[in-house]
Each structure stands twice: as structure tokens, then as C-alpha cells.
Design a protein around this ligand. Structure first.
Ligand code: QAP
Ligand code: CO
Length: 167
């Protein structure tokens, strides 16, 4: 089991826009597996390739209690979004911090699966929120972009301090 290093806020590489995947091959499938391993080990419920410094449109999520419902999405797109749900969001790239964020509660999305085929699905609640959070990463966005700049600056300062102590 190969675990991947996760970039942490305010690393500028987290601001990279991911490129579409043109070919679902063994290499990208293996990366998706490594991302799932890394997410489960954390433990987390979602991880975008941006967070492991790979700038391709790939994300993994599993919001199930038993961690037995992995979802791998290539080139995800939101087709419809409705409602509003406030969730206390966290992020493996912003360790130790949680803040309320409001997002659409119900989504219809399209993505390419491991088999290389495009599929369409509905998601709601935590799964919908998590997919949207991970899709933001692929656009170089973080949940802390939705909170006050005062709170964001404080988190930035605390994380930089922690990262220096670790280095
Ligand atoms: C995104 O985030 C998410 O601070 C996934 O110390 C999270 O898996 C969407 C984690 C919540 C909606 C709600 C965070 C692990 C995991 C931490 C995660 C930490 C250890 C975050
Ligand atoms: Co995140």
C-alpha cells in the first residue's frame, strides 16, 4: 500500500487548475487506488488529486460509515444543483480546522468512471457536499475561501507555524 504526501494550506500548488483526463489507463487507476489508501489511512472522506500534487481531474470520496463505498470520479461536472445545506467542513490539506460552509444539498453530476465510460448520478447530503468540496480542489479552491478573511489568515498563520516546527 503506497501512501501519498498531502499538500497543506497555504501551499501555492493547491491553487493549480486540474486538466481533464483524456485516457483512463492503468496508471491513472493505480493513482486512484493510492489516493483511496491515503484517504482511508488519514482518515478522511474525500481527496482530490490536487492535494497530492497531481493536477488532473480526479477525485475519490467515501462517506459510508463502514468505509466500504469508494467512489472514483474522473472529469466530474455538476449538471444540476438544488437546495442548501450547512456542513462543518474540514480538509486533509487544512488539518485541525473545521468551519461551517453552505452548499447545494442535492446535485446531479456526470463523471467518467474506472471503466472509461461517462455516467450520470444524483447525490445528496454529505456525499453531495463532499463531491463539491473535492471538485473545488480541482479548480484550485479551498473551503477556507468561503470563510471570513480574518479566520482564513488565522488558520494560515497557525498552519505555517506548525509546518515550520515539523520541518
Ligand atoms: C472534505 O475532508 C469534507 O482536519 C473531506 O485533522 C469534510 O476528509 C467535506 C481530516 C467534511 C465535507 C465535510 C481533516 C482528517 C479529513 C482534519 C476530509 C484532520 C484529519 C478531512
Ligand atoms: Co479538501
Amino acid at each position: 500500500m503506497a501512501l501519498l504526501d498531502i499538500l497543506e494550506f497555504p501551499d501555492a500548488r493547491l491553487r493549480t487548475t486540474a486538466k481533464p483526463i483524456t485516457n483512463v489507463d492503468g496508471k491513472i487507476a493505480s493513482l486512484a487506488e493510492q489516493m483511496l489508501d491515503t484517504m482511508y489511512q488519514a482518515p478522511g472522506i474525500g481527496l482530490a488529486s490536487t492535494q497530492v500534487n497531481v493536477h488532473l481531474q480526479l477525485l475519490v470520496v467515501d462517506v459510508s460509515e463502514d468505509k466500504d463505498d469508494p467512489n472514483i470520479l474522473f472529469n466530474p461536472r455538476i449538471i444540476n444543483a438544488e437546495g442548501a445545506l450547512e456542513t462543518s467542513e474540514g480538509c486533509l490539506s487544512v488539518p485541525g480546522f473545521y468551519e461551517p460552509v453552505t452548499r447545494p444539498e442535492n446535485i446531479t453530476y456526470e463523471a467518467v468512471g474506472l471503466d472509461g465510460e461517462v455516467f450520470q448520478k444524483d447525490a445528496s447530503g454529505l456525499l453531495a457536499v463532499c463531491i463539491q468540496h473535492e471538485m473545488d480542489h480541482l479548480d484550485g479552491k479551498l473551503f477556507v475561501d468561503y470563510i471570513s478573511s480574518t479566520k482564513r489568515q488565522l488558520i494560515r498563520k497557525k498552519l505555517l507555524k506548525q509546518q515550520k516546527l515539523r520541518a
